[in-house]
Ligand binder design. Structure first.
Ligand code: NDP
Length: 518
């Protein structure tokens, strides 16, 4: 709350809300909401990379910030033989290598961690797991509330979900709720996505399924909705009359790293476009939902996906540029070409870069191109959305300046700059009429020094609270695959496949051909 002076009435008024100058009382209370139910999270594939690098560090941070329910348990499962002590040691090492300070809290947190060896293909393993979970429930009071987190290769999602069902672990009753978390990729194309969903639904109901896209949980991505719909001044210009184009860029400097096996099969379209890029597109293009509530927000996103104009597959080159990185220099280091990376086929035709031009067939966006760009080994690690406004309709300065006045730009920086910048024209000081472009910047963390939830902390917390807002709904998944699948088919089966894939030097912004697309 803060006090201000009402100019009309001359009275002092109290405004409900927060101020940037009062971080202690305002943002601090925004960090964690509610009082979630006691529960346990069962991580399947707990010997793997995601568990060590993301899931357990996120749970530990939540624990330190009093963000976990009480009681709460973590049960790791995988084929690797470990006992509780060995699992705890492994997680401790993972936190250490992530640079997370364990001085405070680790000893008590580690007591929440348990481990059970399972064989994903053996039903008796899952019935034994069911028995162990019942025992833990009884001992610790987690009341039968369970989250099953599938942190295994996607090829195991369907069979593992079936095993949970057959072992009676998917059933909810008065004794507790059951949720299942699935990591992207949700299938390889439309058919496999539908198939995966059918398998999940054999034993789980839609309200039990949480399809994670952790990108959505980044603070600055969530902020897009607040920026657009908690302010009245942007919505009137957020359309084809004022906006010339929208560019959504997610660039990485990293190459394929240790995920060669997965990436060779996926490529950039499946890895980035089917999920993260489509979510950013929806957040920028959607209409305001009537309520900030999971299904209302997801309804509006789905409406955007329904309006995506299908690419003419016989004219792909005017809508899509695909590339694959060659060798080059990134951040001062020499890096190899994609085809020379470990475990990559030396004749691989997997794209590591894509730029696509998308049109949305509706009143708001008719004729406005959305340029979506993502790639590996680019010049900079950066995620940014640029709203390019139209030029002024008539320049009264034309005789003096003799050129067009530069149009406004609004830049939503997601990473590394968590900023909102508006670029506009002002007069240059002096007697002569000269214009200059200036930037008005808002830094997302301005005047805030408190803790911030990382994306995995936020999605885990939402899953614990049963809030689907930041998770994919199946209709959205299928609409995005329906858009991408014909493109993938064309790119992956056409005779001159290699011609479609343009080489680019590592450390640049992709193939030259992207210029022709704009
Ligand atoms: P891993 O490749 O590390 O696999 C996790 C565990 O699954 C392994 O420790 C292993 O455990 C088991 N496993 C691996 N391969 C097989 C196999 N062929 N057959 C049976 N079991 C196998 O995966 P990640 O931890 O990296 O990722 C987990 C999921 O999350 C994947 O679906 C991935 O696509 C997704 N994801 C991962 C991200 C990341 O940063 N790592 C980011 C976003 C999504 P054991 O042998 O002990 O059973």
């Amino acid at each position: 709350m803060n006090n201000s002076y009402d100019m009309k009435s001359g009275n002092s008024t109290t405004m409900v809300g927060t101020t940037a100058s009062d971080p202690e009382t305002s943002f601090g209370s925004c960090l964690i909401e509610g009082n979630p139910d006691p529960c346990m999270i069962v991580i399947v594939g707990a010997s793997g990379d995601l568990t060590a690098r993301k899931i357990v560090p996120a749970l530990f941070n939540l624990y330190l910030n009093d963000g976990l329910p009480y009681p709460f348990l973590v049960v790791g499962c995988a084929r690797t033989k470990l006992n509780n002590g060995e699992f705890r040691d492994k997680m401790k090492k993972a936190l250490l290598s992530a640079g997370i300070d364990q001085d405070s809290g680790w000893e008590s947190f580690s007591q929440l961690l348990h481990y059970q060896t399972i064989d994903y293909r053996d039903l008796s393993s899952f019935t034994a797991l069911a028995g162990s979970l019942r025992g833990l429930d009884k001992k610790h009071g987690t009341r039968g509330n369970r989250i099953f987190y599938l942190s295994i290769p996607p090829s195991l999602y369907q069979s593992t979900a079936q095993m949970f069902g057959k072992a009676g672990l998917s059933t909810e009753n008065k004794n507790g709720w059951v949720r299942i978390v699935v990591e992207k990729p949700f299938g390889r194309d439309l058919d496999t996505a539908v198939d995966l969903d059918r398998s999940l639904h054999d034993h789980f109901k839609e309200h039990q399924i949480f399809r994670i896209d952790h990108y959505l949980a980044k603070e600055t991505v969530q902020n897009i909705l607040m920026f657009r719909f908690a302010n009245a001044i942007f919505e009137p210009v957020w359309n084809r009359r004022y906006i010339d184009s929208v560019s959504i860029t997610a660039g990485e400097t990293l190459g394929v790293e240790h995920r060669a096996g997965y990436y060779e099969q996926a490529g950039v379209l499946r890895d980035m476009f089917q999920n993260h890029m489509m979510q950013l597109l929806a957040l920028i293009a959607m209409d305001p939902p009537s309520l900030f509530e999971a299904d209302r927000v997801r309804d509006e996103k789905v409406k955007v996906y329904r309006t995506m104009r299908p690419f003419p597959t016989d004219d792909l080159q005017n809508y899509l540029v695909l590339g694959q990185y060659g060798s080059g220099v990134v951040e001062g280091n020499k890096v190899p070409a994609y085809r020379d990376e470990a475990s990559i086929n030396p004749e691989s035709l997997t794209p590591t870069f894509a730029m696509m031009k998308i049109f949305l067939d509706n009143w708001r966006w008719q004729g406005v191109p959305f340029y979506l760009t993502s790639g590996k080994r680019l010049a900079k690690k950066l995620t940014e959305i640029t709203i390019q406004f139209k030029e002024i309709p008539h320049s009264m300065f034309r005789r003096i300046l003799g050129k067009q006045v530069m149009a406004n730009q609004l830049i939503l920086g997601i990473y590394p700059d968590e900023t909102i910048s508006l670029i506009f024209q002002t007069k240059n000081p002096g007697a002569k009429v000269c214009l200059r472009s200036v930037t008005m910047d808002f830094n997302y963390h301005q005047d805030y020094t408190g803790p911030v939830l990382d994306a995995y902390e936020k999605v885990l917390l939402d899953c614990i609270s049963g809030d689907h807002m930041l998770f994919w709904r199946q209709d959205g998944v299928e609409l995005c695959w329906a858009f991408l699948t014909p493109i993938l088919k064309e790119c992956e089966t056409c005779g001159d496949r290699s011609k479609m894939l343009l080489p680019y030097e590592s450390g640049t912004w992709g193939p030259e051909a992207v210029r022709a697309l704009k």
